[in-house]
Design a protein around this ligand. Structure first.
Ligand code: IVH
Length: 669
């Protein structure tokens, strides 16, 4: 029996790995997403029932979930060197001429893209991914294996004949589409936006929760294979083999990698990508030229930091110099303050630039900005241009140093900056006009209450007329009040009233998102709604109960508690409740309240149901799940291999300990 199960798990894993490769690396899936999900679900269930066979490289690890407490330091088997680089075509010509002189025979070259991400070295043993390590200082890096396993294009198990042991190196990067999705989500949650894909990729790789890493959607291109006796004679052979083994390598048909014989061909590749790089779905900062033959590479050798057989040609980020006229400050809907540089208009990369984001106080201080400075403005990967430095030659013309404001530019309230955060906030969330209007705009937005017919200008007018001061006021608006506004026609006023009325049907999870609690975006709102079922439960949840919910961290928990403790918020919520807004999730069919008022902690591994199913059963029957045992815990549901500390604590606090079967009969009876 157990052998059969083990075999089934292996077969399923192989099948899933195959389809994963077809989908993510080859872009040529042969089964539907639904069929793929079914296979994965089947494997997940088998593994939950037989955790002893759930191996480290199981495709179920792709979705993450494992937490890395500390990233261990690992010494590289082969030092991770850097590349010498240049912005000058002449220097590329000099390099090529030197290479030709130093090697015996005529050198061939491989030209590749220089991916703008984070270097990674991944070790495989007997075809299994063993360890993934960051570059670190080149000699030692950090073990980020758990997070790297979530990257779909990196194979966990290799199929074909591969060397017993080898290390593959490449670059992990943030695809632009996924990067903007992430920022959009952050914007919706009222959080500070990430500045660029490269730094965010690097930060993501160091996140402790691999589930978050999995969701962000990093990707990876491979550019080198290392190991004893690999049997290749050249870099191009190595890359081709890596492709056969299942790795994502650059596509020669798209000219992302090319073999060439002359400096002219090298230049052609450089010019091609200088022009086309903006069309790529990820960022590159240049191209890399490598001598192909390993023998010739050995002849050339290394300098202290980099190989002589390779060089990077870097593209210039487009940059101009202009005058800093003024720094103004924007107040977002969550009160976040963003300093903005107002510039003497200047043409950059085809558009006229008048403003640049300065992010926060630290950024201003780092640049030591003065009004009147001549600043360098660059349009690199970022959508918004950024100031990269000050031309000190012109400092004489500059006036006073830019001091970050102390009070809100809109309502004069003194700003706060929480420890560990870069952003300043205006704490006057119920009295500061842009925050009030921003919250109402968020409330009516499509993914929230979906009220149409009221654009930002109308909200502004309604606010100025004193007709709305918060989102509950929307429900007191009359047709006459709206139609009397400037430029408002009967039809749009009717439309707005009908749409406000309709919004009463909005399901709870979207209502929760609409409330605009800081850090509670669409996904978090969904999670919270499913878990707590009602606004009342959520408002009464303790800090521990909040952080016990999947994906809810301390920052979100604090923000939720702050929100509900605020008296004005309480009053608004009371009004919305009376109006008839859905503050409860629609009841599920097989739900009951058998466990109402009871709090559970589950620990260990179970036989009949998985941990997740157990949690669902508790919630479906009206009970509460928490992560740690306290005097308030009603039951500890104990499985196999439960931690001794939990057991001890439960005994000390006199918490009832029950088995899986005991629990199941509680909900059956
Ligand atoms: S080869 C011994 N190839 O650039 C040199 N590196 O400045 C091995 N990079 O740390 C590197 N694309 O993270 C190589 N096609 C490519 C690359 C590439 C990006 C990065 C890599 C390395 C840095 C060196």
């Amino acid at each position: 029996m157990s052998d059969q199960i083990k075999q089934k798990i292996l077969d399923l894993s192989r099948e899933i790995n195959k389809h994963n490769h077809l989908y993510y690396v080859e872009n040529a899936p042969v089964i539907s997403d639904y069929e793929f999900d079914q296979l994965l679900k089947e494997l997940e269930e088998l593994e939950a029932q037989h955790p002893e066979y759930a191996f480290d490289n199981s495709p179920t690890k792709r979705v993450g979930g494992d937490i890395t407490k500390k990233f261990n330091t690992v010494t590289h088997n082969y030092p991770m060197l850097s590349l010498s680089n240049t912005y000058s075509e002449d220097e590329i010509r000099d390099w090529e001429a030197r290479v030709k002189k130093l090697v015996s025979g005529n050198p061939n070259y491989v030209c590749e893209l220089k991916y703008d991400g984070v270097a990674i070295g991944i070790r495989y043993e007997n075809g299994e991914l063993k360890q993934a390590v960051t570059r670190g200082d080149g000699t030692q890096g950090e073990d980020v294996t758990t997070n790297v396993r979530t990257i779909r294009t990196i194979p966990l198990t290799l199929n074909s004949e591969v060397p017993e042991e080898f290390e593959i190196r490449g670059e992990i990067f943030f695809p632009l589409e996924n990067f903007s999705k992430l920022n959009k989500k952050r914007e919706e949650a009222g959080e500070e936006l990430y500045a660029n894909p490269r730094n965010t990729a690097s930060g993501t790789l160091k996140l402790q929760n691999s589930k978050v890493v999995a969701e962000r959607g990093l990707d990876c291109y491979l550019y080198g294979v290392y190991g004893p006796d690999l049997g290749f004679g050249s870099h191009s052979e190595a890359v081709k083999s890596a492709r056969k083994w299942g790795f994502k390598t650059p596509d020669p048909d798209k000219n992302m990698i090319t073999e060439c014989q002359s400096i002219e061909e090298i230049m052609e590749f450089i010019h091609y990508w200088d022009d086309k790089r903006k069309k790529l779905p990820f960022e590159i900062d240049g191209v890399v030229i490598k001598v192909d033959s390993y023998e010739q590479q050995d002849e050339l050798g290394f300098t202290a930091k980099s190989p002589r057989w390779a060089i990077a040609y870097k593209f210039k980020a487009e940059e101009v110099r202009t005058r800093l006229n003024e720094v103004t400050y924007q107040v977002g809907r969550t009160g976040a303050i963003t300093p903005v540089a107002n510039l003497e208009p200047v043409l950059l990369a085809g558009t006229t630039v008048k403003r640049a984001s300065l992010h926060n106080q630290d950024q201003i201080e780092k640049l030591d900005l003065h009004i009147g400075d001549k600043v360098f403005v660059e349009k690199g990967g970022e959508i918004i241009p950024k100031i990269t430095g000050v031309d000190l030659e012109f400092r004489g013309e500059a006036k006073e140093r830019v001091e970050f404001i102390k009070n809100c530019p809109e309502c004069e309230t003194e700003l706060v900056r929480k420890e560990g955060e870069a952003q300043h906030y205006c704490p006057n969330d119920t009295g500061c006009p842009p925050q009030i209007k921003g919250r109402i705009e968020h409330f009516i937005s499509r993914k929230a209450m979906d009220i149409d017919g009221l654009g930002p200008e109308t909200i502004d007018l309604l606010y100025k007329e004193g007709l709305i001061k918060n989102y509950a006021d929307l429900y007191d608006l009359t047709f006459t009040q709206i139609v009397n506004l400037e430029r408002m026609a009967d039809k749009s006023a009717n439309n707005a009233i009908a749409s406000i009325e309709n919004s009463l049907q909005t399901p709870f999870e979207r209502v929760l998102y609409a409330l605009g609690i800081r850090h509670v975006g669409e996904t978090v709102a969904k999670k919270l709604a499913q878990h707590f079922k009602s606004l009342e439960n959520l408002a009464n949840a303790s800090f521990d109960e909040l952080i016990a919910v999947d994906e809810i961290g301390e920052k979100i928990a604090v923000s939720i508690q702050d929100f509900f403790q605020n008296e004005e918020h309480q009053q608004i919520i009371d009004r919305l409740r009376r109006i008839g807004i859905h503050f409860e999730i629609e009841e599920q069919e097989d739900a009951s309240d058998k466990l109402k008022g009871l709090t559970f902690v589950i620990s260990g591994v179970f036989e009949k149901v998985s941990r997740n199913e157990l949690k669902e059963l508790i919630e479906k029957n009206g009970g509460k799940n928490t992560g740690s045992i306290s005097a308030k815990t009603s039951y500890l549901v104990a499985g196999e291999n439960m931690g001794p500390a939990k057991l001890e604590k439960a005994e000390k606090l006199d918490v009832k300990i029950i088995s899986e079967d005991d629990f199941l009969s509680m909900i059956e009876s």
